[in-house]
Ligand binder design. Sequence first.
Ligand code: GDP
Length: 300
Amino acid sequence: SKLKEGLEKTRKGMAEKIDSILKSYGKIDNGLFDELEEILVTSDVGINTTMDIIERLKTKVKENKVTEAIEVKELLKNEIKDILNEKEKDRELNIEPSPAIVLVVGVNGVGKTTTIGKLAYNLREEGKRVLIAAGDTFRAAAIEQLGEWSKRAGVDMIAHQENSDPAAVIFDGIQAAKARKTDVLICDTAGRLHNKKNLMNELNKIFRVVEREYGDARREVLLVVDATTGQNALIQAKEFQEVCNISGIVLTKLDGTAKGGVVIALQTELNVPVKLIGVGEGIEDLQKFNTDDFVDAIFD
Ligand code: GDP
């Protein structure tokens, strides 16, 4: 599958290394746990999360009176599944009933535009009426690029001119969505983190408009982060979490990176589910995250 192909490097960096360590050990001892810890940390699972996994693993080994190193693989795999499964029931997009609004936030370059196009396409394939609002008004090229993706996805886009007020675009998007009986309005937002204060002010203004115009209707705030940046994705996510109420994470560019372990760090350290993953540049390359598929793709 595309997921399995995409995770090949993570599999090599994580599961295959774990395999060879376990094979080299025979009996379990403390040195083994240190080596496993090292592999998890270098696979971007994150320090805190790794420590937690290793502690749980030690407990399981004791409880089950496991002595052979080779048996640790299944225990570790299940431990990671248990951790990720804690959020499995929260992974569906919060878009029922209509009308729903999906705000997409994230720093430039992470794949925000592409993700909006892919998501619009997927939702449309599910039979939903989708509208896109071009809330990143800083560069004309960004609006154009989003327009291209809208066309590809077969959905309409609400846009104003370059440098217009982003909150006004979102306002218009909401009015259009109401008038056209849209099921899901997907909103792009600014992504220039170099001026953090401006970015956060801009986002807050958008959130206020949504609050006022939309009330209690379904709302999803998706943060897009780039898997190839590993621990930086985690840092970025924490920064965004300080200003917005993120309801889900989209992890892009999982294909071809060895840093797939960051999925685990993101969920555990932010306490937010990874809802969608990007596994390629094409319009069909956005998938719903599923714990079993993900962990099996790395370990089996
Ligand atoms: P934005 O600046 O955040 O809007 O980023 P873009 O959507 O323009 O994407 C930046 C680059 O990342 C483009 O070349 C995309 O094709 C690429 N990209 C986005 N998502 C993925 C993905 O899941 N996998 C791969 N391989 N490339 C991606």
